[in-house]
Design a protein around this ligand. Sequence first.
Ligand SMILES: [Zn+2]
Length: 130
Amino acid sequence: MNLPRLFHLQRDTDITGISGTGTVAHGVQWPDGTVTIRWTGDRPSTVHWASIDDALCVHGHGGHTRIIWADGQPEQAVPSIAVLLDLVNSLRDPEPCRLDHDGDCQEHYWFEPGTCPHARAAELFPAEPE
Ligand SMILES: [Zn+2]
């Protein structure tokens, strides 16, 4: 995420009887993940939040307010641990590391400090991938 991203808050049911329904606020998600929301209505106000989750926690009214991104892109779903583990297992090289005298892995061209990621990935799985 490098550019500010525009959205509006769409309220389908006004459980407070104050804010009304329809577009109740416009907002910007900044590149650092913080969010600014400008409420519409007779007494507009502007609120800043640390994250979109914080904003929806307070203003979501139990799912009655939805975030609609102006670019039409849905919020990217966070993959499950199982999906990530399967991906790691698919990407890792079953060949064992070959460490040189500096402790670098010549097999996987790992010359950074710390253990080669293929060795770290192997520790996550008891059996070699097929
Ligand atoms: Zn290695």
